[in-house]
Design a protein around this ligand. Structure first.
Ligand SMILES: [Zn+2]
Length: 327
């Protein structure tokens, strides 16, 4: 578990080209925060060692939401909850990320030094782990989020990334796009900050109940997810979370629909994981079946930045993969 560091990002780190999230002008890093070079009213504080670079005109967050102890999207669980989480079977099995990160690590290794810059959007509590990438020589990773509970070095909103154009080689957004109000704008921002041949890796839920409470806004089918990334060439895509996870969550959320009691909901979560967690093994063979796409919990997409749209509206009809595909 990562703990907040006193200084997450040094003000004299010149390796990143900043951009004002409000007006796209440059930013000056000061000791106590960041300041827009074009508009003196665009000032951004440093909280717990991290710059908080938000556009209040578009973000659901405000700089004052961020103090080291405050909860925004998530908080660090208590020690007993962490222990329980390790002991009980998980209700979901990630089917895409580990293999995809291995493939991305190989691609970055083959690139020249200085071309292995990775931006993580929504790093969460840091337990997701990007070890496969961190093992790449010369890798430069910047973790960002809209919470200071984890290891984020920068607080920023994906709808206004505070980075100048074309400076990252890979952008990762795992379980992020359901939590933003304008997913297309966020994907366009990822496209903007990537270098010409930059890569993107995203996983986004399709059939998943509301999670992260007030910060959950949207879902995507496999086809809808592809269309979101239409300015990218597809390198790989598939089921990230399978139908068995959906089944477990459905039982859990059916039972939790009866109560708002924190204690009762915890019992339901624990019992469903204990009794049904084994079902996630069924997702391993199911992930290879086309029909499972109609019932998946979510999809991953790995792509390379393209200069223009890579799929037409008509292509999207042929893109469907599922149980009812025309033979
Ligand atoms: Zn500005």
């Amino acid at each position: 578990m990562s703990t907040p560091r006193a200084d997450r990002l040094s003000a004299d780190d010149h390796s990143i080209l900043w951009r004002c999230p409000c007006c796209a002008a440059g930013l000056d890093a000061l000791d106590d925060g960041w300041r827009c070079v074009a508009d003196a009213t665009h000032r951004f504080p440093r909280v717990a060692g991290a710059p908080v670079l938000l556009n209040p005109a578009r973000s659901v967050f405000r700089a004052e939401d961020f103090t080291p102890q405050a909860r925004t999207t998530f908080k660090n669980p208590a020690a007993w909850a962490l222990w329980l989480g390790r002991v009980l079977p998980s209700p979901s099995r990630d089917l895409g990320t580990e293999r995809s990160l291995r493939a991305l690590a190989d691609v970055l290794r083959a690139r020249p030094e200085g071309s292995r810059r990775v931006l993580v959007i929504g790093c969460g509590d840091g337990t997701a782990g990007y070890g496969k990438l961190e093992a790449v020589d010369g890798i430069e990773m910047l973790e960002t989020d809209v919470s200071l509970a984890g290891p984020a070095a920068v607080v920023c909103d994906a709808s206004d990334l505070p980075f100048a154009d074309g400076q990252w080689d890979l952008v990762i957004a795992v379980a992020v796009l359901e939590h933003v109000l304008e997913p297309q704008r966020c994907v366009d921002e990822m496209h903007r900050v990537l270098r010409a041949d930059g890569l993107v890796y995203a996983t986004t839920p399709f059939m998943q109940q509301v999670h992260m409470a007030e910060y959950d806004f949207t879902r995507f089918t496999r086809s809808g997810h592809r269309w979101l990334f239409r300015h990218f060439d597809e390198l790989d895509s598939g089921i990230a979370t399978g139908p068995a996870s959906v089944l477990i969550w459905s039982v859990e959320y059916f039972l939790m629909a009866w109560t708002t009691s924190v204690g009762a909901r915890r019992v339901v979560k624990g019992l469903t994981r204990l009794l049904l967690g084994w079902l996630t093994w069924l997702d391993v063979p199911l992930a290879r079946r086309a029909a499972a796409c109609d019932a998946a919990g979510g999809f991953y997409f790995m792509g390379r930045k393209a200069a223009k749209v890579t799929v037409s509206a008509r292509d999207m009809v042929r893109y469907y993969r599922g149980g009812d595909a025309q033979k």
